[in-house]
Design a protein around this ligand. Structure first.
Ligand code: ADP
Ligand code: MG
Length: 235
């Protein structure tokens, strides 16, 4: 994907995400009022509006994503601000050579690791980690093991995040504000896992518009029929 298109796609993704967060602001706030302090919608909205204003649309992909992360760090606030923003800023370094199937996997992994590192949450604590972990693992497997194109991989990752949100509904919170509720947190989806799903859905849809299955065409050429299914799988 050429550099100009990468820039356009990233700007389009930011705009789509900001618009989605605006549309879901009330819903995210409702989710957070059930098990938190009713500010997740407002926090995310404030952050993405700032990111829209501050984004440098001529920047390289890594600098662009880093700028978005910094805007989120400074404006989202709450527990989610440093998690979303700091992790994006950190992971942006993986895009220094541009966006390819390979760098997108490294980016996703670095983002997940940073969220876990900063927040100290693991799968099962009822946080954004529960949406993010299956999404990132599914994405990596789709690209590296199943040799799928990035659009299919993103679609699968988003489906995995959706199941992760459903999982958060069924479990008790052990991290973040919702943990104060103990068993009363069961039965409510986690707000941060839900907003993570929205981000992924928007990224998936914008990627579909811009990539047409061609993020890293040379690395993704279909294998000859005979070799199909024989690629090595290590782990
Ligand atoms: P706050 O909880 O400070 O009001 P927000 O309402 O903006 O901040 O964000 C709440 C979301 O942040 C939660 O739904 C959860 O997904 C996420 N979160 C909170 N604490 C952690 C943590 N330690 N690790 C990962 N995610 C967390
Ligand atoms: Mg909150």
């Amino acid at each position: 994907m050429d550099e100009e298109i990468q820039r356009e796609a990233l700007s389009a993704a930011l705009e789509a995400i900001a618009e989605r967060i605006e549309a879901e602001k009330g819903h995210l706030t409702d989710l957070d009022s059930a098990i938190g302090d009713a500010d997740h919608g407002a926090n995310m909205h404030r952050g993405f509006q700032a990111a829209l204003e501050q984004a440098d649309r001529d920047a390289d992909p890594d600098a662009f994503v880093k700028g978005v992360g910094m805007a989120l760090v400074s404006k989202v606030g709450g527990a989610s601000g440093p998690l979303y923003g700091g992790s994006l800023a950190h992971a942006s370094g993986e895009l220094a050579e541009g966006i390819t199937a390979e760098s997108s996997v490294a980016f996703a992994e670095a983002y997940l690791e940073k969220v876990k590192d900063r927040g100290g949450a693991s799968v099962g604590d009822k946080t954004m980690v529960d949406a993010l972990t299956p999404a990132v693992h599914t994405y990596r497997r789709a690209i590296e093991v199943d040799d799928l194109d990035p659009l299919t991989a993103l679609a699968r990752a988003t489906d995995a995040a959706e199941r992760g949100v459903a999982f958060t509904t069924a479990i008790r919170a052990s991290k973040g504000r919702a943990s104060y509720l103990g068993w009363r947190s069961v039965g409510h989806p986690d707000p941060g896992a839900t907003s993570t799903l929205y981000l992924l859905e928007e990224i998936r849809d914008v990627a579909a518009e811009y990539l047409d299955g061609d993020l890293d065409a040379t690395a993704r050429e279909p294998e000859p029929e005979d070799d199909a299914g024989e690629s090595e799988v290590d782990g």
